[in-house]
Design a protein around this ligand. Structure first.
Ligand SMILES: [Zn+2]
Length: 251
């Protein structure tokens, strides 16, 4: 039994795109189904239910479209504090769905007094969440996990075309290797304003109860850097999902 659980964990880790690879509630049947390999073309988002039922049946899915005029004021129990400020070595891999960066010793965030550790971050060639229907030029999803409850919290950093981003440059230049970076340089200076809601992983197994924090202040990346990233991935965005009974909080 123990061996089976470990196998499922390893498989989830190998296949995780938007996910942390540590989804505690993934079912064994989901993990087996993953061997068919989901993607963004022939086995794209409309087929993901074949890989995990939650992708098709879940009603708290991500990403979503955010209409700023229809948001609610922030529930202060969800105040976000960011501590992603440890310079260190990160591994950069092309995992088949995105460019994924795994720090040896990541930083952390605090949510309502609970610490969530940075597990990995990865990129999408356009933002998955839309604001008033608009996609940003790129997005980084910084995946954090509460070590006690295993709940995930993803901080989304939007990118728009502008000045070159030094950290992004180091990452794109070192796919398949390691590089020393300071994630603090990667997060926008202004982190006080964001959208928050409860959603899901945006890739199979599409597991729910993920806390999403979308920073309103975007970072910039140069036209060359965006083009460079899109040589790896140009269409790795899941379409927006229905909000159903959820509300988006804003501060
Ligand atoms: Zn993602």
């Amino acid at each position: 039994m123990k061996k089976t659980l470990i196998s499922v964990g390893v498989l989830a880790l190998l296949l995780a795109g938007c996910g942390a690879g540590t989804e505690p509630k993934a079912h064994a049947e989901d993990a087996v189904a993953h061997e068919k390999h989901w993607d963004y073309s022939g086995n794209g988002p409309t087929h993901w239910e074949e890989f995990s039922k939650t992708c098709g049946k879940g009603i708290h899915q991500s990403p979503v479209n955010i209409i700023p005029g229809k948001t609610m004021s922030m529930d202060h129990s969800y105040t976000l504090e960011m501590h992603d400020d440890i310079t260190g070595i990160v591994k950069v891999i092309d995992n088949g769905h995105s460019i994924k960066v795994t720090p040896e010793h990541g930083g952390s965030i605090s949510l309502h007094g609970e610490k969530f550790n940075l597990l990995q971050f990865h990129f999408h060639g356009k933002s998955e969440h839309t604001i008033d229907g608009k996609r940003y030029d790129m997005v980084a999803h910084m995946v954090h996990q509460n070590p006690k409850t295993k709940q995930l919290a993803v901080v989304a950093v939007f990118f728009e075309e502008g000045k070159a981003n030094a950290v992004l440059e180091k990452i794109i230049d070192n796919v398949g290797g390691s590089v020393k970076i300071d994630p603090k340089d990667f997060v926008p200076l202004k982190t006080a304003h964001y959208y928050h809601y409860i959603g899901s992983l945006t890739t199979p197994p599409c597991s729910e109860n993920v806390q999403w924090y979308l920073l309103k202040s975007p970072q910039t990346a140069s036209k060359t850097q965006i083009a460079h990233f899109r040589k790896f991935y140009v269409d790795n965005e899941r379409p927006v999902q229905e909000l159903h009974d959820r509300h988006i909080e804003s501060n």
